[in-house]
Design a protein around this ligand. Structure first.
Ligand code: PMV
Length: 309
């Protein structure tokens, strides 16, 4: 038996880092995907093939290499306590740059949760999301779950740890890559340190972010992209204050701010990508500003989320 599932990457429009501490975030799924094929095999093994490495292991192994650990976890969990399927081969192909704040790891967890669990029984998106978050926690225990949620359900969502709802809006995003890979766990740890040393300041920032997101939700619903841009700029400033930007990213933000309505980091920061908020009037001009020096593209909103292929 073979199952094939794909899931999209994402941009965090507002609220990364603060979402871990209970503030709302706004995210958008984008038209770059991870494709996962799962196959039941006769050999009693878990085999994973991907662009970032291959793996062939017995069931029940505890110390699995980090990047592929969530996928191994999913296969091992599903094989446990049943006799119908002996082994699983998983093949992963991705269009999403790795370690770039575009949710490649979460999309991989979501598509793999869909494909691997699909070998055993049909599951709802909600059940697949729960599996994906459990898998992601094997490499990043503090995940807010926001990335996996938007990847599963697609579209634009407002999210906090208690749940999510969809938002209708329309805009274009120019995404530019610093090509500096980041480790989400490391940067989240750094923010934790900042919070420990600056409790009052951090709590003020959370309150500011929360207000900013309430305003952003109103503007998104009215589709006032121009005014929304000024909130993007404000959110970027807050990220700078908690120390997740750097000189390379600042330079890119300046370039983005020339023609777009506002630019900010997406994801953990200290590397990875920034996005610039645009519409049809300034998208190609913004893209032109980046083209000669950075890997960049115009992203569309993905409305499907997790899907079969
Ligand atoms: O950089 P990414 O794609 O791993 O995004 C991380 C977003 C954080 O808010 C920093 C962490 C989280 O789990 O929400």
């Amino acid at each position: 038996m073979i199952t094939r599932f794909s899931a999209p990457g994402k941009v965090i429009l507002f609220g990364e880092h603060f979402v871990i501490y209970g503030v709302k975030a706004i995210l958008c799924a984008i038209n770059k995907r991870v494709f996962v094929t799962a196959e039941s095999i006769q050999e009693e093994k878990i085999i994973i093939k991907s662009e970032i490495g291959d793996l062939k292991l017995d069931k029940g192994v505890l110390d699995v290499d980090l990047p592929l650990k969530p996928i191994y976890f999913l296969a091992d969990k599903m094989l446990h306590g049943q006799s119908k399927i002996k082994g699983i081969k998983v093949t992963i192909r991705s269009e999403i740059p790795i370690g770039a704040g575009l949710g490649s790891s979460s999309a991989c967890c979501v598509a793999a949760a869909g494909a691997i669990s699909g070998l055993f029984s049909i599951k709802s998106k909600k059940e697949i999301l729960a599996l994906a978050i459990e898998a992601e926690k094997t490499i990043f225990k503090d995940t807010s779950g926001a990335d996996c949620t938007v990847s599963t359900f697609g579209g634009i969502i407002e999210y906090d740890k208690t749940g999510f709802s969809k938002i209708e809006s329309n805009f274009q995003l120019v995404i530019s890559n610093s090509n500096v890979k980041h480790s989400t766990e490391k940067i989240v740890g750094r923010v934790q340190e900042f919070k420990k040393e600056n409790e009052k300041e951090f709590s003020d920032f959370c309150a500011l972010e929360s207000d900013l997101i309430s305003d952003a939700l109103e503007l998104l619903k009215k589709n006032d992209i121009k005014k929304l841009g000024s909130l993007v700029v404000q959110n970027q400033k807050l990220l700078e204050k908690i120390g997740v930007s750097n000189d390379t990213l600042q330079k890119m933000i300046e370039i983005g701010d020339r023609s777009s309505y506002g630019s900010k980091i997406t994801g953990a920061g200290d590397g990875g990508c920034i996005y610039s908020l645009t519409d049809e009037t300034n998208a190609s001009k913004t893209l032109d500003e980046f083209k000669s020096n950075y890997e960049c593209f115009l992203a569309e909103i993905d409305l499907k989320g997790l899907d079969v292929f």
